[in-house]
Design a protein around this ligand. Structure first.
Ligand code: HEM
Length: 390
C-alpha cells in the first residue's frame, strides 16, 4: 500500500497532472515556488513527495541511513546510478564504504596530483573554446587517469558518458551492450592492475571481497563525470569575469562558492523504511523524501545575498548542515576529494596569466540528473606565453 502524504503546503499545480508538467520542464522553478510556501512542502509528481531544505531536515534525512533508504529513490531511475554503493542500503552500505573510502581519501589521492596537472596543462585551450565541451573532455580524461591510469580506451569512455550530457530520457534508458563493453574493458584493466591508480589500489587492498570492483568503478566514473564537468564549466565562466579570483591559492574558496550557487547534485532522494518524523512533520513508511542542496544553498536565512558570487563568504565558516554540495553524513559523496583535486588541477592553468575572457553564453541553471549551465559558454584563453608578447 502506498503511503498517504501528510497535509503540507504545496506550490500551485494542475488539478489532474499535479506538478508533473513543471517538474518535466522547469524543476528548479518548481522547487523555488515550493520553498516559498514553507520549509517543508509537498509536490504531486508521479507519486507524492515531501521536500525540505533547512539544516534540521538535512541532518535527519542524511544521517539515518536505516530509515531513509536509497533503494526505490530517484537514483534508481538511471542505469548510471542504479548500482554499486549508490544503490546499497544498510547493513551492506557501511562495509562497502569501509572498503572504498581509503582509496578516495585526500592523502591517497595526493599521489595523483602531478598526473592530473599534466593532463590539465596538456589540454588547456589557447584561443576561443566552449566551456561545457572543454570541461566534459578534460574531466573524462582526468577520471580515466585517476581511476584507471588512462588505460580505458577514450572513445569507449566518451560513448559511455555521452548520454549523461543529453536531456532526459537519454540518461534514463538502459544500455546493456554499452555497459557490458565498459565493464569488460574495466575487467581487463583490473587483470593487470595499474599502480598509482584507484583501480590498482582497490585490487591491491582486496576490495573485491567487500564490493564488486568493476561495478563500483563504473558507477564512480558516471557519478564523477557530469557533476565535476558542469562545476568546472561554471567556475571558468565566473573566473572570466573576476580576474582577482584567478589565483591558485584562492581556488578552494572559489570552488566552494561555485558549488554553493550551482550544486551539481541539486536534489537527492530517499524513501522512508518506517513511520518517522522529520522537522516536526510526520512521514509514513514508504514516503519519498527529497532534500535539495540547491534550495539550502540559496536560503536567505542561511546566506547573505545568496544569489551573488562572493567567494570571500567562506572565510566566515559554514552553517552546519547548510552547505552540502557533496551531501553529508555516512552517504556523503565518495568522490568529493577526487572532484576537488580534479577541479583545482583543471583551473590552475587559468590562474595568474590574466588571459581568460567570456565571449558570450547562457549560464542560467538547467536541471537534469545534475544541474548544468544552459550553455553554450563561449570563452577565450590567451596562454601566458602569448599574453606576455604584446
Ligand atoms: C563536483 C563533483 C561532484 C558532486 C557535486 C557530487 C555530488 C554528490 C552528492 C550530492 C552525492 C549524494 C547523493 C545522494 O544523496 O544520494 C554523491 C554521492 C556519490 N558520489 Fe559524488 N559528486 C561529485 C563527484 C564525484 C566523483 C568524482 C565521484 C567518484 C569518482 C563520485 C562518486 C559518488 C558516489 C559513489 C556516491 C554515492 C555514495 C554513497 O551512496 O555512499 N562523485 N555525490
Amino acid at each position: 500500500m502506498r503511503a498517504r502524504p501528510p497535509a503540507l503546503p504545496q506550490p500551485p499545480g494542475r488539478r489532474l497532472l499535479g506538478h508533473m508538467t513543471q517538474w518535466t520542464f522547469d524543476p528548479v522553478s518548481l522547487l523555488e515556488a515550493g520553498a516559498a510556501t514553507g520549509p517543508v512542502f509537498r509536490l504531486r509528481l508521479w507519486r507524492p513527495v515531501v521536500v525540505g531544505y533547512r539544516p534540521d531536515w538535512n541532518r535527519t534525512v542524511l544521517k539515518d541511513l536505516d530509515t531513509f533508504r536509497s533503494r526505490g529513490s530517484l537514483s534508481g531511475l538511471t542505469p548510471y546510478l542504479a548500482g554499486g554503493v549508490v544503490h546499497t542500503d544498510p547493513p551492506a552500505h557501511e562495509p562497502a564504504r569501509r572498503a572504498l573510502n581509503p582509496h578516495f581519501h585526500s592523502r591517497a589521492l595526493a599521489t595523483l596530483t602531478d598526473r592530473l596537472r599534466e593532463v590539465a596543462a596538456w589540454h588547456a585551450p589557447d584561443g576561443p573554446f566552449e566551456a561545457l565541451a572543454f570541461a566534459g573532455m578534460l574531466i573524462r580524461r582526468m577520471l580515466n587517469t585517476a581511476l584507471f591510469d588512462a588505460r580505458l580506451p577514450d572513445p569507449l569512455v566518451a560513448r559511455f558518458l555521452a548520454p549523461l550530457e543529453r536531456p532526459n530520457p537519454a540518461p534514463l534508458l538502459p544500455r546493456p551492450r554499452l555497459f557490458g563493453r565498459l565493464d569488460a574493458a574495466i575487467g581487463r584493466v583490473l587483470d593487470d592492475p595499474p599502480p598509482g591508480s584507484v583501480a590498482g589500489a582497490l585490487v591491491d587492498a582486496g576490495a573485491g571481497e567487500a564490493v564488486d570492483v568493476v561495478e563500483e568503478l563504473r558507477v564512480a566514473l558516471a557519478a564523477g563525470y557530469d557533476t565535476t564537468a558542469h562545476t568546472l564549466a561554471w567556475a571558468l565562466w565566473h573566473l572570466a569575469d573576476t580576474p582577482a579570483w584567478r589565483r591558485v591559492d584562492t581556488l578552494p574558496l572559489v570552488l566552494d562558492e561555485i558549488q554553493r550557487l550551482y550544486p551539481a547534485g541539486w536534489l537527492g532522494s530517499r524513501v522512508t523504511s518506517r513511520d518517522t518524523s522529520v522537522a516536526g512533520v510526520d512521514l509514513p513508511a514508504r514516503t519519498m523524501v527529497l532534500y535539495s542542496p540547491y534550495l539550502t544553498h540559496r536560503d536567505p536565512q542561511l546566506w547573505v545575498e545568496p544569489g551573488r558570487f562572493r567567494p570571500e563568504r567562506f572565510h566566515d565558516g559554514l552553517p552546519a548542515w547548510g552547505f552540502i554540495p557533496f551531501s553529508a553524513g555516512p552517504r556523503t559523496c565518495l568522490g568529493a576529494n577526487l572532484a576537488r583535486l580534479m577541479l583545482r588541477c583543471a583551473l590552475e592553468p587559468f590562474c595568474d596569466d590574466g588571459g581568460l575572457t567570456a565571449l558570450d553564453g547562457d549560464p542560467a541553471v538547467s536541471a537534469g540528473i545534475t544541474l548544468r549551465p544552459a550553455g553554450p559558454l563561449r570563452l577565450a584563453r590567451r596562454a601566458a606565453r602569448a599574453a606576455g608578447r604584446d
